[in-house]
Design a protein around this ligand. Structure first.
Ligand code: CA
Length: 486
């Protein structure tokens, strides 16, 4: 019977007309869903532009009168601008760890900037591109990494399929074989894992490589993390840009910012040229506030990079997705760089990650579409070793070991000048309790920034907490200060 069933006279039933059509249908379904899983043109492209150490006020769209950012101003015009947006740290490295994982970096001990005993990224932590790569996205990182130097911490091991950048926290903007670009240097410019030469100015090179990547991915959704080192020190610019701002009081920063804007313009124009701008979700923000060593302005905020005052962690923050949301408006709710991961996951149609991975942010899409109102976060917390701060509604508590506390009402006192501990004892106690309870499931820092920077940071906080002029801002000033006191 079995033999007859498989004989030529009686072909197996799968060869009958009816079953053939079923087979075709099934194959089509499998191929179609498989294909969609890999390449789905309806999924948005996603670009996170994370710039470095930029001043809060240093963009046309943020009110700057002396720096020129025409391309970013255009982006801002089609974006929602978040007015009360914060990164998770006021220094580079932990801020990036928070953004890319979507978790408070203190969950995995990544609390301090690269310093004594630095071990870099906990390799068990997933980053945004891991989820996207599994859902058909091409993923790429450009620019500064600053999340570890070990093999397992390399961008290519953390979900990025392409990397053009450098692993350290800073480097020259020019190709420097004697200084940054020699074999084995952490500062060397790499394409994937290979040191490469580049021509001209690094910010331009990063823009050009991003344009190449877009051209190669017009038919596949992509995720691009574009993180130039601009406008972090060293203060180096192209001669032609310096000439343009010859008599500018902040000549170098003006030139570097102009180059940064030019590179972003190139990326945006390529999206337009390829007809994909409409369905590209773009975020723009700085990794921390303007630094005290790069001529930046954080007006009207108090503080600067590295401390717990608003200028340390409140940043310009834009989000644009022409196909899905109306731009040209402002959003006043409390927002975090932690929200970028959940927003991206929702935009890409990836579900369940939030609850499984316990991300700390929320998707901003319902807020920018007007479906939800109010604050995406009622509370945000910052902590780096001795200094912590908690924001709850309009109140902010700053707490520094050895120095004590300050309580401010940001609505009435956005410049953080008037301590309200005694006037508002109940709120003061409540915020202290909330900070303690936030700390319950966080780790202690796995490394510190070392004794010198710890002392400087403490002195800066002391001065800011007393509304005094800051005495010491860097190691050489600390040295001078100590010599004078002897
Ligand atoms: Ca930075």
């Amino acid at each position: 019977m079995t033999r007859r069933f498989f004989s030529r006279k009686n072909p197996p039933c799968i060869y009958t007309k009816r079953s053939l059509s079923w087979l075709c249908l099934a194959l089509c379904f499998i191929m179609n869903t498989g294909f969609q899983n890999h390449i789905d043109a309806s999924k948005p492209n996603i670009i996170v532009i994370l710039i470095d150490d930029a001043g809060y006020a240093d963009f046309g769209f943020m009110g700057s009168k002396d720096l020129q950012t025409p391309n970013l101003d255009q982006l801002a015009a089609r974006s929602v601008r978040f007015m009360d947006a914060h990164v998770t740290a006021s220094v580079c490295s932990p801020s990036r760890a928070g953004l890319l994982t979507g978790k408070y970096q203190q969950r995995f001990g990544y609390e301090c900037n690269e310093g004594e005993g630095y071990t870099g990224m906990d390799i068990r932590q997933n980053m945004i591109p891991v989820y996207l790569k599994d859902h058909g996205y091409a993923t790429a990182a450009f620019g500064k990494w600053h999340l570890g130097f070990a093999h397992d911490q390399h961008p290519l091991q953390k979900g990025f399929q392409y990397f053009y950048g450098f692993l350290s926290g800073a480097r020259s903007y020019f190709y420097q074989p004697a200084k940054d670009d020699h074999a084995g240097a952490k500062t060397a410019l790499l394409e994937n894992k290979q040191p490469v030469k580049f021509e001209g100015y690094l910010t331009d090179a990063l823009g050009d490589k991003a344009v190449d990547f877009i051209q190669q991915h017009t038919r596949q959704p992509f995720f691009m993390y574009w993180a130039p080192n601009a406008v972090h020190t060293p203060m180096e610019a192209e001669d032609s840009d310096l000439k343009k701002f010859a008599n500018h009081p902040r000549q170098k920063l003006a030139a570097m910012t102009f180059a940064l804007d030019r590179a972003i313009g190139k990326i945006m124009n390529e999206l337009k040229r390829q007809g994909i701008l409409d369905n590209t979700l773009v975020f723009f923000l700085s990794d921390n506030g303007g630094a005290n060593n790069n001529q930046s302005s954080n007006f009207p905020l108090k503080g600067f990079k590295g401390n717990k005052y608003e200028a340390g962690h409140r940043v310009p923050f834009l989000m644009s997705w022409p196909k899905q949301m109306k731009g040209g408006s402002s959003f006043r709710g409390i927002t975090s760089s932690l929200d970028i991961a959940p927003t991206i996951l929702e935009a890409a149609g990836i579900r369940k990650i939030n609850s499984v991975q316990k991300l700390d942010g929320v998707s901003l899409l319902p807020f920018v579409k007007g479906i939800k109102k109010g604050n995406p976060h009622e509370q945000l917390v910052w902590r780096k070793d001795a200094a912590a701060a908690i924001r709850f509604q309009q109140y902010k508590l700053i707490q520094v070991r050895e120095l004590g506390d300050r309580l401010y009402d940001l609505e009435k006192d956005p410049g953080e000048m008037n301590d309200l501990q005694k006037k508002l004892p109940r709120i003061y106690t409540m915020l202290k309790q909330k900070l303690r309870s936030w700390e319950m499931d966080k780790m202690k820092p796995l490394w510190t920034e070392g004794a010198v920077w710890d002392t400087i940071t403490l002195m800066i906080h002391d001065d800011l907490m007393h509304n005094r002029k800051v005495r010491v801002q860097n190691p050489s000033e600390l040295e001078q200060f100590r010599t004078k006191r002897k």
